[in-house]
Design a protein. Sequence first.
Length: 255
Amino acid sequence: MKQYYFAGLAPEEQNAYRRLAQGLAQHRPQIEAGALAGGAGAAVRVMDAVLRDNPQLCFCGITGAGLLLSPQGISFHPKWLYTPEETQQLQIDLKAAANKILAPLLACKGDYEKEKRLHDYFVRTLRYQDCAREGSIGHHEAHTIIGPLLRHTGVCEGYAKAMTLLLRRAGVAAICVRGKAALDGVQEPHSWNCVWVDGAPCHLDVTWDNTVAQQGGAVRYDYLNLTDAEISLDHFDYEAPACTQQQHGYFRREG
């Protein structure tokens, strides 16, 4: 499921996706994506799919990035937030942090145990925080894998992207899901995960388990492997595979 959002694009958008992903991985100042019949709207859709499918591509900002439309096609102009040298060092640091987090999972026997170990690490270790000014490096890092993996803080988007990366590294398929969630009757943009546990897609919202645990101190499992019917009580307007199997929910497996 590494390219879940790629699969939903039109063929010419998929070609642009490949070019953009390669250009971002190579830290290019300008990336030629080719012709897109959908124009700027299609270009934004491609960029969104690339960043949602590839949480490791976390060194440029969306705000301030440029798009140039011409008869020859569309070119992306990323807003790089780090120099190539800083990016290289961050990649080294992120790999080391991920390896350290994943080391205890070598003893895990299956998808559920790996997922639960990572869930517990997030809940016990990370602090939900988004106090940085929008457009700043701190704000960017909170919304990417850099915040959770290197700063031990972040917001829902950063949590979901970091969880996606770690689960995939552990051999468990996962994607980031974007939608809305209702807290105290107010719906706000929110991100969480869809995780394939023994082949069955399930909802995982480690952010909400983390923030609830911060308030009460104990590790919570309220949002570990929910079905669509269960998550839809307070999560809305999302795109994800159908999650209908109940057997992997924490309270069903653990009793």
